[in-house]
Design a protein around this ligand. Sequence first.
Ligand SMILES: Cc1cc2nc3c(=O)[nH]c(=O)nc-3n(C[C@H](O)[C@H](O)[C@H](O)COP(=O)(O)O)c2cc1C
Length: 364
Amino acid sequence: METVLNPMRGPNRLKLGLFGANADGGLALTRVPERWRAEWAEMVAAARLADDAGLEFFLPIARWRGFGGETNARESSFETLTEAAALAGLTRRIALFATVHVPMIHPVVAAKALATIDHASGGRAGLNVVCGWSPEEFACFGLEMVADRYEQGQEWFEIMSRIFSAETPFDFTGRYFALRGVFGRPRPLQRPGPYVLNAGFSDAGRNFAARAADALFTTFVEIGSSGAQIADMRARADAAGRAVAVFTTCHVVCRPSQAEAEDYYEHYAVAMEDRAAVDHYMANKERFTRSHDPAAYRLHRKRFVGGAGTYPLIGTPERIADELIAIETAGFAGVGLSFVNYAAELPFFAARVLPLLTRAGLRG
Ligand SMILES: Cc1cc2nc3c(=O)[nH]c(=O)nc-3n(C[C@H](O)[C@H](O)[C@H](O)COP(=O)(O)O)c2cc1C
């Protein structure tokens, strides 16, 4: 396989990708009949549309249980290491992330799987590290959440990284892992390894990103106040002597008119919410994570229905391009996008919004 430049390391000032297209519902918790079913063929279609449109990344979510309610959203989701390996042969340029749960996937397995994806894709593999938050998912593995999930994440990351660089087998003794004679070949094509995101929001999550990741993948409530979050992340990265970018995620309704976009948003994210699933999701997220600003839970139920609590980009191509420009100006280096129906809605977004971002100098 010919090596290509991983577009995550390319020159575009604002990188864009699809987030969540491997799971039913995507990021939404809605009952509308056109909601995303995440069947294999349509997920591949979405990945290829994104690849052809020049988006930089395809980023899946890692889920092991649904959220209940009428739709039991996310009950069906493709496992992300095997999905990325399969997409390697079905796409040409786009970076293919695997979202890997630290407590569930052993680092020796993850290192070998990521190296495999990197070889299969010519150097397009990416890793999104998630430390996990749902007790129901931990229970599937007979696990309980550890008190300091990011300390476990740090050990996990160190083991994986050493596999990528070690010349000889090594031992590792930590609080969570005690391993003997660890080694892995082949190495990934990318050096020192695949591009690394860490999905998190809390202080501990940001500190982990400062030490380990190429970018923090995080949420925000308002564009105007997000600059402080980015400055905070930069300060932590500076203290660790590293450069760490900040990526975020938004849900999108892009339509020819503002009224059309807002009407559809109201329809799928209010009138057609999957109430029990939303209640369950919001309660557990608030209880077990610091993934969102606490105010978000009280102010923005619609955003949790619309896109798992992410920021909404709702409106005309011009309006959405302006907001993406403001997001880049605030300091974000990339945005993972979700749609109610990725394959149906991405073409209009790509045709109408991307040229505006190119004109603004954010993308080539
Ligand atoms: C943008 C974003 C995406 C995430 N994606 C996933 C995911 O796909 N699967 C998962 O189990 N957790 C996911 N998480 C949860 C985090 O990995 C983390 O376990 C959780 O947010 C708790 O850490 P925190 O308190 O630092 O946010 C995500 C979090 C954020 C902020």
